[in-house]
Design a protein. Structure first.
Length: 103
């Protein structure tokens, strides 16, 4: 699935989620989000990267039976979260920051 196809699918199923965003802006947001997810998985040497409601990326080093001189690598396995349909109108606007608190 291409990014613009995903944007169109989200817009068709949950129009309020992308309200006010053009297709190119929504695609850029999606690309940035996926890039941030990739950075999180890349930064993880061993362990888990959990994206709540989406799934878990389990990162581990392979067993030590690699041939001598082989580049070290990691094994990444994705386990999808259970599908949960959002309730109608469940998309909420972000809460404004309280005055006097640093972000």
């Amino acid at each position: 699935m291409k990014v613009l196809e995903l944007v169109a699918a989200v817009r068709a199923k949950h129009p309020a989620a992308l309200a006010g965003l053009s297709d190119p802006a929504a695609a850029r947001l999606l690309r940035i989000s996926l890039g941030m997810l990739r950075e999180g998985v890349d930064a993880c040497e061993e362990g888990k990267v959990v994206l709540q409601g989406f799934g878990t990326f389990n990162v581990r080093k392979p067993k030590a039976d690699a041939p001598a001189g082989a580049a070290p690598k990691r094994v990444v396995r994705f386990v999808a979260a259970k599908a949960v349909e959002p309730k109608e109108g469940a998309v909420k606007a972000a809460k404004p920051a309280k005055a006097g608190k640093a972000a």
